[in-house]
Ligand binder design. Structure first.
Ligand SMILES: [Zn+2]
Length: 92
């Protein structure tokens, strides 16, 4: 029986999908900072669904497509309205 991935790992995987789809952006100066990239969340769902079929590691992270899209929605919602890197913004 495979181990159940943690909530953090699911959020991280969802974040990667949203970044890859262009829904979210990462700061060019701070790799670990993610913000709203003015992208369409639908693009992230579509990419996620495609990856879910092709990418075996992803099917080990999420138990279903529904769970995956829930996580994508959650990470995108968390960051919506943040249009710049908070670290960079704090330095100005
Ligand atoms: Zn930054």
């Amino acid at each position: 029986m495979r181990c159940i991935e943690s909530d953090d790992q699911k959020r991280e995987a969802a974040l990667r999908i949203a970044i890859q789809a262009g829904t979210l952006s990462t700061c060019p100066f701070h790799d670990d900072v993610t913000y709203d990239g003015h992208g369409d969340v639908e693009a992230a769902y579509k990419l996620g669904n495609r990856l879910f079929s092709d990418d075996a590691p992803l099917t080990n992270v999420f138990s279903s497509r529904r769970e995956m899209t829930d996580y994508i929605q959650s990470v995108v919602n968390d960051l919506s309205g943040d249009y710049q890197c908070n670290v960079c913004a704090g330095l100005t």
